[in-house]
Design a protein around this ligand. Structure first.
Ligand code: TYD
Ligand code: MG
Length: 457
């Protein structure tokens, strides 16, 4: 028997090296090289390589003469999922769905599979037995599910056999880390296995115009486990995220060859599966009538949708020398920056205070327009003066204490008005907007002091 050759492969980016190295020269990550058995020569052609179609495809043509047959997108029957995909699944597209363990990836795809009665769905699971899938399916849906075929399988060759035999309209693979291909000697989940298996699935998907949903795990650093190579190969990368202790889940698009990446889908995990949240604001605002200190409402935009979100802060005298700063759902460095601005530009003494910040509902918000409500909540807690619950705020805070303009201000004001707020504080520098057309009172503020005067007068 020939001696098998080994190479070291970066588990982050897929670069190879003949010997072990500590730092990847390609992606710069440390300690990511793992010894894998090299794939010698070409793979056997058993996975339906079709040379005839290749030669037909390789003639250059002017782009305006390329024939496109308008393929209808497949409606997934889950509105929020369609929204993130840009209108539904595209035939032949490879969609990678990533997320931490237990966040609800299998639940989401099974729910979709059960509802997609118009297509034969092949659900391949390398993690659960058909019995387990059946138990979950019973919880999720009352439908019979005769169109949804389940199989517990990890061998790529057998999966491709099943595709040939059942001719599905949608293929689901849970998860890509469990698949293994014969002839690739590395363990399932290694870069070589993932790359080879995904490439083979990709070929089948494109040949048959079969849409494929791949589930992928996320590693402890929060990126899709294994390799960046995977993200390059697929057409769409979606991420399912949320705090496991809360019921809200957000589906984000990181890459989409067929649509925008700015959309998000919001779900709520319930006892019988995921429920779509079409009106996020109403759920995210805690329903209290009393005014309380330390709370400010922000008019934020995540994806394309405006929603109002509650920012809670607690500032208390530090018990130890170094004050603690902690934040949930908001960037801690940004919080530190905002506290420094409050200290230096607005003259509030926060250096000896512990500051805790929390975005209600377990959401992670990256919209800078919530800055103004973050500083207002901190200040409200520090002075023990409440911000009226009829007021909401939007604005980015700059280093000199100025309130900087935000995007899509009219949508934010519209959402606040719709939810019955009486006043909204907006940046003065958002010019060219006719605020008179709104029924809500719009207060323009150029500096922090002006906003505070409005809130705490
Ligand atoms: P799961 O889809 O198995 O997560 P993943 O595939 O991402 O690892 O879902 C895991 C969690 O969802 C599990 O801890 C229980 C919860 N869950 C519900 O709350 N309601 C339900 O109807 C289902 C099916 C799961
Ligand atoms: Mg799962």
């Amino acid at each position: 028997m020939a001696k098998s050759k080994t190479v070291f492969v970066c588990q982050n980016c897929g670069s190879e090296s003949p010997k072990w190295i500590g730092k990847c020269y390609s992606c710069g990550e440390w300690n990511t090289y793992v010894e894998e058995i090299a794939i010698v020569g070409k793979q056997s052609g058993s996975l339906s390589a079709s040379p005839s179609s290749a030669s037909a495809r390789t003639k250059p043509v002017p782009v305006n003469e390329v024939a496109v047959d308008q393929v209808p997108r497949i409606d997934t029957r889950i509105g929020e999922f369609n929204r993130v995909l840009g209108g539904g699944m595209v035939p032949g597209a490879l969609v990678l769905l990533g997320g931490e363990p237990g966040i609800g990836k299998s639940t989401l795809v099974l729910q979709m599979a059960m509802q997609l009665t118009s297509h034969t769905v092949l659900y391949v699971s390398g993690e659960e037995s058909p019995q387990q899938i059946k138990l979950r399916a019973d919880r999720l849906s009352k439908d019979q599910g005769a169109h949804c075929l389940v199989v517990s399988e990890t061998s790529l060759e057998k999966i491709i056999n099943h595709i040939d035999n059942t001719n599905p309209g949608l293929l689901i693979i849970d998860s890509v880390q469990t698949m293994e291909r014969e002839g690739v000697e590395s363990a399932p989940g290694s870069v070589s296995q993932i790359r080879e298996c995904t490439a083979a699935i990709l070929r089948v998907a494109k040949e048959r115009s079969l849409p494929v949903l791949l589930i992928g795990h996320i590693n402890k650093e929060g990126s899709l486990a294994g390799p960046k190579v995977l993200e390059h190969m697929v057409d769409v990368v979606l991420q399912f995220e949320g705090d496991r202790h809360y019921m809200y889940r957000i589906l984000r698009s990181i890459k989409n060859r067929f649509g925008s990446t700015s959309e998000i889908g919001i779900f709520e995990m319930q006892g019988n599966g995921l429920r779509e949240v079409t009106n996020p604001s109403e759920m995210l605002l805690a329903h209290q009538d009393e005014d309380m200190s330390g709370i400010a409402i922000a008019a934020a935009i995540e994806g394309m949708r405006p929603f109002l979100i509650e920012v809670q802060a607690l500032a208390s005298t530090a018990a130890y020398g170094t004050p603690q700063r902690s934040s949930t759902g908001f960037d801690l460095r940004r919080l530190n920056m905002l506290l420094a601005v409050l200290e230096k530009r607005a003259g509030f003494k926060l250096a000896a205070k512990d500051v805790f910040l929390n975005i209600a509902g377990g959401l992670r918000v990256s919209d800078p327009a919530i800055d103004l409500s973050v500083v207002s909540a901190v200040l409200s807690s520090n002075t023990d003066l409440s911000v009226s619950r009829e007021v909401c705020l939007t604005g980015e805070v700059g280093l000199s204490g100025e309130i900087r303009p935000v995007t899509r201000i009219e949508q934010r004001i519209g959402e606040a008005e719709k939810l019955g707020f009486k006043t909204i504080v907006v940046p003065r520098y958002n010019k060219g907007i006719d605020f008179k057309k709104f029924d809500i009172r719009v207060v323009q503020a150029g500096k922090l002091e002006e906003a505070f005067k409005q809130l705490f007068a």
